[in-house]
Design a protein around this ligand. Structure first.
Ligand SMILES: Cc1ncc(COP(=O)(O)O)c(C=O)c1O
Length: 329
């Protein structure tokens, strides 16, 4: 496939009279963005210790998920597989691309049972496996040796969604991309980096996989302003780390508090910035919280009587806890 050839692909200099891209000569936002985000990628490369040619940036991770279906699966023919319950965009993206998404259930503790995947491993039309770890909405991490088995035992592509990895304290699988030629590790600036509004997601993989992404993406998928904002944020990594520590400490505090509340039946252990709880009647509790202007995610339709509560500021968390404490069964 030949990618779109940008006007500025032929001339790399920064100075000159630019009459090549039908841009407007006036204003300060008049030029198209750098299509390959070279400055930003080189800063990310330094931070992660991963070479630039093994990095792809998407308009949020959601664009990367969509590109995976478009690059690796033939519509109406191929299949992808994921483990449920998990992040809903995998199904939305699969459907939008006319790909059959096989859903293998996680076990009672939301772990992958390798034997439940095995029947699919020889399906020639299965091209893509998506694993979310830590998983949304359950919050748990998948066992590293199970992931290793899944990646090495599969001849297709594995997309490992590590959107919440910065909240875990565990090493990322991106450190191992040389070991796994079929692995794509995905992270995002939306969660730990607090930049969801900018829509910047990262994929780490072998240069040959990254080349497919570069060919398939819309040429200017990340705006100049957004590239600059992320670049600036990368200079304050210590402050970002402090905020992550605060969120993790709050997660542990509210997990302990939630366990004492009568309407809360179970608090699942979380490695992310949210907590899954099972309550007496999730729909009622959800509606009551909404009436107090406290919005959580009702996951009752996905996991019976479960709510997913994002860790907020200390005062937001206290409001949520007090509202739950005030409910009498
Ligand atoms: C597991 C997971 N992956 C990806 C995303 C989307 O991330 P982005 O904002 O980078 O598109 C989310 C957002 O909630 C998520 O939970």
């Amino acid at each position: 496939m030949t990618p779109y050839s940008c006007a500025r692909d032929d001339y790399k200099g920064k100075e000159g009279v630019f009459l090549d891209a039908n841009e407007n000569p006036y204003g300060n936002l008049n030029r198209y963005p750098d299509p390959y985000q070279c400055e930003l990628k080189s800063a990310i490369s330094k931070m992660k210790g991963i070479p630039v040619d093994k990095i792809f940036l998407g308009n949020g991770s959601d664009e990367i998920i969509d590109l995976c279906f478009r690059i690796f699966c033939t519509p109406g023919v191929d299949k992808a597989l994921t483990f449920i319950p998990t992040y809903g965009m995998y199904q939305v993206s699969a459907a939008a691309n006319d790909i059959d998404l096989i859903k293998v259930a996680l076990d009672e503790e939301f772990n992958i049972r390798y034997s439940d995947f095995q029947p699919w491993s020889d399906d020639r039309n299965l091209k893509l496996i998506i694993v979310c770890s830590p998983n949304n909405p359950t919050g748990n991490m998948q066992n590293r040796s199970v992931l290793d088995k899944l990646i090495t035992g599969f001849r297709g592509i594995v997309l490992l969604d590590e959107a919440y990895n910065d909240f875990t304290g565990e090493p990322s699988f991106s450190e191992n991309i040389d070991k796994y030629p079929n692995l794509i590790v995905m992270q995002t600036f939306s969660k730990a980096w607090a930049m969801a509004s900018l829509r910047v997601g990262m994929a780490f993989a072998s240069p040959s996989i990254i080349q497919y992404f570069n060919k398939m993406k819309p040429p200017y998928n990340i705006s100049t302003i957004n590239q600059k904002c992320v670049l600036k944020k990368l200079t304050s990594q210590i402050a970002v780390r402090k905020r992550i520590n605060t969120i993790v400490a709050e997660r542990e505090r509210i997990s302990a508090e939630l366990k004492k509340i009568p309407v809360v039946m179970n608090v699942y252990k979380s490695d992310a910035n949210f907590i899954l709880v099972r309550t007496v009647n999730a729909d009622d509790i959800y509606n009551y919280l909404v009436s107090c202007e406290i919005i959580v995610r009702n996951r009752n339709s996905v996991i019976k009587d479960c709510l997913r509560i994002t860790v907020g500021t200390r005062s937001e968390n206290n409001r949520m806890l007090n509202a739950l404490k005030s409910i009498r069964i």
